[in-house]
Ligand binder design. Sequence first.
Ligand SMILES: Nc1nc2c([nH]c(=O)n2[C@H]2C[C@H](O)[C@@H](COP(=O)(O)OP(=O)(O)OP(=O)(O)O)O2)c(=O)[nH]1
Length: 325
Amino acid sequence: MSDTLLPEPRVKTALRPIEAGDAARLHQLINDWEICRLLPEAPFPYPADLARDWITAAIADREAGIAYQFAITDDAGTMIGCAGLRLDKSGMAASLGYWVARRAWGRGHGRQAVLLMLRWGFAELAIDRVVATVADDNAASLAVLRRAGFTETGTGHEKFISRPGIRQAVRHFEITREVLAFREPVDSMNEGPRPLLLVVACALIDRSGKILLARRPAGKKLAGLWEFPGGKLAPGETPEAALVRELDEELGIAVKTADVAPFAFASHAYESFHLMMPLYLCRRWVGVPSSREGQALAWVDPARLEEYPMPPADRPLIPLLRDFL
Ligand SMILES: Nc1nc2c([nH]c(=O)n2[C@H]2C[C@H](O)[C@@H](COP(=O)(O)OP(=O)(O)OP(=O)(O)O)O2)c(=O)[nH]1
């Protein structure tokens, strides 16, 4: 994943799937009143056996496609906490859970882990929102969720195993894929003037008037969003030549420069660059567009483009295409 989207340049946080071998370390980190009191399902003291059982269940849940638990690691690759997403029955929403060991507090790891978890979830799962519930007295976590772009959706009371006899006041939060995509640039480290980035893109239109969209794969910026095929210009390349090259590389089709027609452009200030993106139309090519870079493809009726979450830069192009086609 791109480091340029991480908020703290000096602190690197990463996620990796939790493994059976993490049990001892997990127990050592979580068996702390300051952690257990904030987690609804963690007793205190936290038994070593429970750490092993929890990981066994997490691995089974992952295989069953129900929940995805990760170890949060620091700059040195050492585990410092856990983060996970659990799908609801509809499969459209996932609930986020995470904790960071006390020794790693105050360095931005929680915030980065949440952003990484959201990016992964929106890229890899068929969800459109992530929800989270936080104890009312967990100020650090409330701040992390708000800064990540979550909005508060309500309050309630829940049982926390470590605090028997009371029903703990909690707050509920939610974030959608599109809200995250809009906010991501805010987390960029680059505060200087923004370089202009020229990217060419193409709406391929088939005989029935459908447009081809490609889904940005995991690991890339704006992962999980649907875009028009295209890419950056190589030095000295004309926009048309770049488009012909990109369509060949990404989709395996041959297009002539004479068959791409300028249509509209997007101009959008992402935090670390200003995107200038001419959009071309193309109705004639040789070959069948197929995914050459692992990206999902979809032929979409112009009236249904709104149903596909796209990068913020693309949104103004949607009504133009709909009206034109
Ligand atoms: N191709 C394309 N890119 C778009 C669209 N909307 C939008 O904001 N972009 C942005 C995302 C990227 O920042 C940039 C396209 O760059 P790219 O596809 O060549 O490069 P990338 O970010 O995938 O990264 P890389 O392959 O260069 O590492 O333009 C779109 O509809 N199509």
